[in-house]
Design a protein around this ligand. Sequence first.
Ligand code: ATP
Ligand code: XMP
Ligand code: GLN
Ligand code: MG
Length: 509
Amino acid sequence: MAEKIIILDFGSQYTQLIARRVRELNVYCEIHPFSKIPAFDDNVKGLILSGSPCSVRQEENPDIDLDALVGKVPILGVCYGAQLIAHKLGGEILPSEIREYGRANLSQVDQHSELMKEVNIGSQVWMSHGDTILEVPAGLKVIASTDSVRVAAFQSTEHPMWGIQFHPEVTHSDDGKKLLRNFVVHICECSQDWTPDIFVEATVEGLKERLGDDQVVLGLSGGVDSSVAAMLIHKAIGKNLHCIFVDNGLLRKNEYEDVLESYKGMGLNVKGVNASQEFYAALAGLTDPEDKRKAIGRVFIEVFDKEAHAIQNVKWLGQGTIYPDVIESVSVNGPSVTIKSHHNVGGLPEKMKMKVVEPLNTLFKDEVRRVGRTLEIDESILGRHPFPGPGLGIRILGDVTAEKVRVLQEVDHFFIKGLKDAGLYDEVWQAGAMLLPVQSVGVMGDERTYESVVALRAVASVDGMTADWCHLPYDFLAKVSNDIINRVKGVNRVVYDISSKPPATIEWE
Ligand SMILES: Nc1ncnc2c1ncn2[C@@H]1O[C@H](COP(=O)(O)OP(=O)(O)OP(=O)(O)O)[C@@H](O)[C@H]1O
Ligand SMILES: O=c1[nH]c(=O)c2[nH+]cn([C@@H]3O[C@H](COP(=O)(O)O)[C@@H](O)[C@H]3O)c2[nH]1
Ligand SMILES: NC(=O)CC[C@H](N)C(=O)O
Ligand SMILES: [Mg+2]
């Protein structure tokens, strides 16, 4: 197994970013809740303590047994992590006179400190704190300051341990990447050999061992995650992998045919299963988003189960689950509230007697794409916008009917084709259209119309966890709106969604 850095999460919104930055250095790392510290083996090379919305001054603040960790591996505290170290060693932490959010500049830097090597005086750093470390206790010394914060960074004089008040993981901290490199590469001595090639090699070996001669059924969606997962498992067990692509009647226009076509020549054993009627029957009369999601999830499992029985002796269900799915379900304070029931998480029904194999559950989406490139998967699959498993079913607000699906397929087609024709598709992280349960009055050729309203949504994101709406050119929106209203029967009004996530989500249901 690869060398790794462990990040203990105290609930900061930036914890995932720290992980991304470390991984960009070709060093593997894992995030664990502070309350569930894993056993350290020889592969663990360093420890990072994240920020937190909490304060060390509050009672029952998130806490760890630092003494048990000090000296084992180098430790870096970031923001709350730094405050926690200073606090536990007897330092004074107080609410700052001015809360510092946003940019600051380092006015003093001890460049002899290994952590601060090549970090320049004047360098911009990003702050986000209300507490401040007033004085460092004995055993710690200050190695960087800003005009308003004397203890912007410190180092232990006795142990390999550092703390920084600012956030090196955000792109707005100029030398943040240098600082993390100093920690991970120079201090923790990680060898930077965690590359997509190595990942593929190690994962395929691991899968061979785990799966042996077993049969595996995998839900293949035409999307990035399940395609990459399928190729990895295929490399390990070849023909024992049975890929099932389900037409749930909620796919995009021509998607069933196009996806089956795109898998030709990849060597995968892919079976298309048309189960539209089962999905429509399960959705009939349902209007609540969670009820709809659960019904769709249930039918997916039924279809996979039926296919597995037809093959016989199938022990595993393969899935394209990725790291953010996993992190979201193990938040700091126990399981997070359910915003939406994703159809593929939450485990399998007892009676299925299948185990789950998820080779991508430690990777972020962009890393999955990089692994896909190593596996020489076609760019048309790797570059595809994410598309939710419940498909148009959660983009048709209210009850779902075959006719509404047909209308939305047409709308979606004009929007996506428009993006491609205008060269905008690759600049948008995800785009789609929602059919609203609203009718509006219009006038077409002097006649009154009373028809449906659709909302277009296009977002910029890195991993779908947060997103902003795309500022698509007005001319483009005008053309797409025109195309849709003139050519899709049943729609007489188009609106554009300008909500970010949070507080909205990407899908409307
Ligand atoms: N139509 C489908 N047929 C079979 N399996 C599906 C289908 N839609 C989704 N799945 C399964 O559900 C999982 C989750 O879907 P999800 O949309 O998150 O991932 P993806 O489709 O692989 O990638 P992307 O996020 O790029 O769309 C997939 O990895 C796949 O295993
Ligand atoms: O496979 C999936 N099954 C689901 O049940 C599901 N729900 C949302 N999504 C996709 O996840 C990302 C974040 O979506 P939200 O902001 O709507 O939660 C977006 O990319 C959504 O398209 C799903 N994908
Ligand atoms: N970003 C952080 O870790 C903030 C730590 C602490 N809540 C503060 O306000 O100072
Ligand atoms: Mg998908």
